[in-house]
Design a protein. Structure first.
Length: 135
């Protein structure tokens, strides 16, 4: 299997870089997401975050600073596009300065599933129950 490698764009003044996703997310719907991330100790970024961005406001759901092992990040969020744009992102960040222009991290096995009803039953985007699915 292969993981998704996210590499810095080479602009030295950027302290963070990310992969964002918003396709298929419906306004006012609630979703649960899970992603496995890997932060090598050889890079200058010192954390990976699961973040929601609504207009210019970032909401950080879960963060890891653990290096050289796979870590699962999860979040439950509700889409709100009333004020403009919305997206979720997996972000690499250097908290003490600019990220190195060759920095990178990995993510794998991302799931985004709608949470329906008042009992928290989650379904796949095609509407099928995924209670037996594994990430």
């Amino acid at each position: 299997t292969h993981s998704f490698k996210v590499t810095h764009n080479g602009v030295a003044e950027h302290a963070n870089f990310y992969t964002r996703f918003d396709d298929g997310l419906a306004n006012t719907k609630t979703y649960k997401t899970s992603v496995w991330v890997y932060l090598p100790s050889s890079v200058t970024i010192d954390q990976i975050l699961l973040v929601q961005k609504l207009n210019n406001l970032e909401v950080f759901f879960e963060t890891t600073t653990v290096t050289d092992t796979w870590v699962q990040l999860t979040a439950t969020f509700t889409v709100d596009t009333t004020g403009g744009f919305f997206y979720m992102a997996v972000m690499g960040k250097n908290t003490s300065g600019d990220a190195g222009t060759s920095d990178f991290y990995y993510w794998d096995d991302m799931t985004v599933r709608e949470v329906t009803g008042n009992v928290g039953v989650m379904v796949n985007f095609d509407g099928s129950d995924f209670s037996g699915d594994t990430p």
